[in-house]
Design a binder for this molecule. Structure first.
Ligand code: G6P
Length: 475
């Protein structure tokens, strides 16, 4: 049995989630009183029951620069806020996480920048998260670390707490070795991750890429899914495998079935002038999402008159990472093409693209999903893409069609979608036309099969499968 290396410092939580973000946002009421409002993402929904049952705690960052909020309770959950200084927000979050790792892990769609100062900030911030986890975990606890912002935490934590069981899940792709090899700190990242007992990836291909990086960047031996790691405690076996993430399908479907949401869906179509075809895109405004490719295809289809007389595209692009240069440039490019399309094709009172640079509550998203005839999910690279799964979960009416990029994790599972290569603009245009004109019978057949997949593989299933495998990992 592993021992508690610093029993004096052990905490009291049997289950610890370590993620870049807290599952709450800081808000101020009109009197200037600060408080926390839940930000209900899929991850917290999935982990909430486990957190409650196992006396769990969630460690994360609030999203603002400033001192650590420390331990607090919100919505009945125990939370620990890690603090980032303004320099750390710039060098760790905007720099290393979102200008080095994000573009590198998404197949260099945007050129990654390698700054030594950013790497130092990444090491320091990962150390803060590892220290918070080490302080919170009870002897023998399970610690689940999430995503590319925290890849050094597993090893840092193991060095302080050899007694805990450590899982890591990468929500974004893990790139092929030729790309990963560009990272000047590739060995440190691989070794950081290998502090875990189990490493989860979205797709089999991501796990395979990681296993290759273990061999090439760290000179380790792998057999099947297992990596042999030598550290202070001798030889350990680490597992790397695919655990495709999902959504709370039943909860989302229940929202879509509500009377007021269905009414809102009808009102949306009315407000858009009752289009024959309503196309929908919902994304974070991110260059990985293929928004420009989608808009280009749409523009050409309008030029050629291939979509019929009354078609409308609603594009929700929620604000994201707005201080990072590549995101500002993308926003300018998207807004330019949106205004060109409307300038060239719209009539007074009826734009052809409704562009919304805003975030919406789940109810409004569900109404949009229900209203749409064709959902456009066209990323150039995406670890999973939960919007595709959300669309399917909301379509209890078995109508609607999904155009889905083959470069998303979701494409491995939603094989009845209209699959596209978004770089192939002609192919993308043909797929949009096919989706917009599909017969009701074929649409139903495709939607039924996708709905079965999303219903049977929801986020609770994902979390349970990962945590089960972690329990059984050799360690
Ligand atoms: C992706 C990442 C998450 C991240 C989210 C929002 O889904 O996988 O780790 O939290 O984007 O990005 P942000 O930079 O706002 O945290």
């Amino acid at each position: 049995m592993p021992t508690v290396t610093n029993a004096a410092g052990a905490g009291q939580h049997d289950f610890v989630v370590v993620a870049s973000r807290l599952p709450v946002d800081r808000v101020e009421d009109p009197d200037g009183e600060a408080g926390w409002r839940p930000s209900p993402g899929g991850l917290v929904t999935a982990l909430e029951p486990v957190l409650r049952e196992a006396d769990g705690v969630w460690i994360g960052w609030s999203g603002d620069a400033g001192p650590a909020p420390g331990a607090f309770e919100a919505n009945g959950l125990d939370l620990v806020g890690v603090g980032l200084s303004a320099e750390q927000v710039r060098d760790y979050y905007e720099g290393f996480c979102n200008t080095t790792l994000w573009p590198l892990y998404h197949d260099v769609i945007s050129a990654p920048q390698f700054e030594r100062r950013w790497w130092e900030a990444y090491v320091a911030v990962n150390r803060s998260f590892a220290a918070a986890a080490a302080a919170a975990a009870a002897p023998g606890a399970t610690v689940w670390v999430h995503d590319y912002q925290l890849q050094l935490v597993p090893r840092m934590l193991r060095e302080q707490r050899a007694d805990v069981r450590i899982g890591f899940f990468n929500h974004i792709p893990f790139p092929g070795y030729e790309i990963f090899a560009q990272l000047p700190w590739r060995r440190q990242v691989v070794e950081g991750l290998l502090g875990a007992d189990l490493l989860g990836f979205q797709r089999r291909a991501d796990a395979t890429n990681f296993l290759r990086a273990c061999r090439r960047a760290a000179g380790l031996l792998t057999k099947g899914n297992t990596i042999r790691v030598r550290d202070a405690d001798g030889v350990r076996e680490v597992q790397a495998a695919a655990f495709p993430i999902s959504i709370d399908s039943a909860a989302l479907e229940a929202i879509a079935r509500r009377d007021e949401v269905r009414k809102r869906a009808a009102d949306i179509r009315l407000a858009l002038g009752r289009p024959d075809t309503l196309l929908l895109g919902i994304d974070r405004l991110d260059y990985t999402k293929g928004i420009l490719h989608r808009l280009t295809a749409y523009r050409e289809l309008l030029d050629e008159g291939r979509l019929g007389p009354h078609v409308v595209l609603v594009q929700v692009a929620s604000p994201s990472r707005e201080r990072v240069e590549a995101y500002r440039t993308l926003r300018d490019e998207v807004e330019l093409i949106v205004s060109r399309i409307n300038g060239e094709h719209a009539e007074v009172g009826s734009p052809l693209v409704h562009y919304l640079h805003q975030s919406y509550p789940r109810e409004e998203m569900a109404a949009l999903y229900l209203a749409a005839d064709v959902m456009l999910v066209t990323p150039l690279r995406d670890g999973m893409n939960l919007v595709a799964k959300e669309y399917v979960a909301c379509r209890y009416d078995e109508r609607g069609a999904l155009v889905l990029s083959e470069f998303t994790g979701a494409a491995d599972e939603l094989t009845s979608a209209f699959l596209v290569n978004p770089h192939d603009i002609n192919g993308l245009k043909d797929a949009i036309v096919r989706a917009a004109t599909v017969s009701p019978a074929e649409a139903r057949r495709r939607m039924r099969s996708m709905r079965r997949q999303v219903r049977e593989h929801d986020v609770a299933h994902w979390a349970a499968t990962f945590l089960d495998a972690l329990k059984q990992a050799p360690g």
